[in-house]
Design a protein around this ligand. Sequence first.
Ligand code: GDP
Ligand code: MG
Length: 162
Amino acid sequence: MALVAIVGRPNVGKSTLFNRLTEERRAIVDDQPGVTRDRLFGEVEWTGRTFDLVDTGGLVPRSAERFDAAIREQVVLTLGEADVILFVVDTLTGTTEPDQEVAKMLRRAEQPVIVVANKADTEGRKNDAAEFWGLGFDQMFPLSSVNGTGTGDFLDAVVAAL
Ligand code: GDP
Ligand code: MG
């Protein structure tokens, strides 16, 4: 089955997007009571098409906001394994230097790269997302992983890219 990978710097909403797309509202509970852990792999079904989804943010140790070895490692994993790459950015912060660094690496990708302008909860932020065309990719979708706005058009594009 096709593998779709979510990549991006910390706090842009990768895990929240993953949970919305996999419709997994409940975190997996570890053996130890009270300990929850982010799920990293899931299956997504949309208009009769199914794909595997991975949240690469959880595959490498979480670290600071800057572009560092952990984010680089995410991108390297993604470039090696994914059929489609979801590059998540944040409409609240706009483009940051770590986003630029990720973009630079992903521009060399052979796979389709879809920019996800997350946290576009309102019309205003949806409009702000236009700046992310500047990252240099062919596809960019403003959406909200929290309220679900924009996820339909985005998923149409993902399954079209499989
Ligand atoms: P990750 O580090 O990229 O996995 O980011 P998380 O999924 O942990 O989210 C980081 C923060 O952004 C959390 O406080 C989320 O609730 C918040 N967040 C994620 N998606 C959205 C969204 O669509 N809208 C808003 N307003 N906040 C969001
Ligand atoms: Mg996360």
